[in-house]
Write a protein that binds this ligand. Sequence first.
Ligand SMILES: NC(=O)c1ccc[n+]([C@@H]2O[C@H](COP(=O)([O-])OP(=O)(O)OC[C@H]3O[C@@H](n4cnc5c(N)ncnc54)[C@H](O)[C@@H]3O)[C@@H](O)[C@H]2O)c1
Length: 325
Amino acid sequence: MDSVLVTGGAGYVGSHACKALAVAGWTPVVYDNLDTGHRDLARYGPFEPGDIGDRERLEAAIRRHRPLAVMHFAARSLIGSAVADPLATYRTNVAGTLTVLEAMRRLGVGMLVYSSSCAVYGHPATVPITEDAPLQPVNPYGWSKLAGERMIADAGAAYGPTWTALRYFNAAGADPEGEIGEDHRPESHLIPRALMAAASLIDCLEVYGGDYATPDGTCVRDYVHVSDLARWHVAALERLRNGGGSVAVNLGSGRGWSVREVVGAVEAVTGRTVPLVTLPRRPGDPPVLVADPARAAALLGGPARLPGLDRMIDTAWRWLQRRRV
Ligand SMILES: NC(=O)c1ccc[n+]([C@@H]2O[C@H](COP(=O)([O-])OP(=O)(O)OC[C@H]3O[C@@H](n4cnc5c(N)ncnc54)[C@H](O)[C@@H]3O)[C@@H](O)[C@H]2O)c1
């Protein structure tokens, strides 16, 4: 079986991509320093402990497994910590990505699928957001992801690897078979925090801003099931293997849900109350972020298969109960 080096494959999205790769007949080789990942989530192929900044270790792993491609998830992805300590985020997300690209070049790995983010768009002037919207991040995390995209595009033009930059909106849910799921510590994402509040694992859910120009005053975000994200990663890889050209693609559902709608859905799924506290807006939070999913549908095989918010919340709830309660 052909192998793929999956940096960050012990994390949330990366572990689901590994499962999808294994189901599709690839061998996912996880390369991860377990900074925010978990050893038990890397269960679909070999595990290589290591930091993406460690050139020798990374190259040794590539020499050992001879992957046809790299899927590059490893990153620091907390916006708050990127604002507080931008250089640490740039070291992992920019310098780390540079080391991955250099290793690929030196050892002749010809395809890359990269975890980018809707944070590259900053405050979009119009929604839904197409891939041609201006790229104008508003925080160091978004800049680090955009810098990664820029280096990848320039390396592709100069040395030939083909690539797909997948700009995720909000990954949500867990493996429907319950094998893997989200386990960020600390957890900052809305759905798991709302579930944690419902399960009394935290005192209450913080809602940042209740006075936005949205129907109920709270921010609207596009949630997409992590298993759909995973499937699209495999589709992106297979498209490159079949000669598809390098491209950036939004990964979202194409519809938005407000914070209050998410809380209502969490209460309906769990049958429990979510205690809330409404706090001031966070700087840099746009009111509405929703993807135009047309390019993903055209290039990566159809719309989301698990598009409903209830399904995302239900799979996440079952995972949280197994993992944390
Ligand atoms: N979760 C989302 O909604 C979302 C949205 C947009 C973009 N992204 C991007 O998707 C990717 C995966 O996000 P996630 O939510 O799965 O995060 P995660 O923290 O669960 O996974 C990141 C993984 O990378 C590993 N890692 C971090 N630094 C490393 C290093 N220097 N060397 C080796 N491994 C390292 C961590 O241990 C972890 O297993 C990230 O690049 C993130 O920026 C995520």
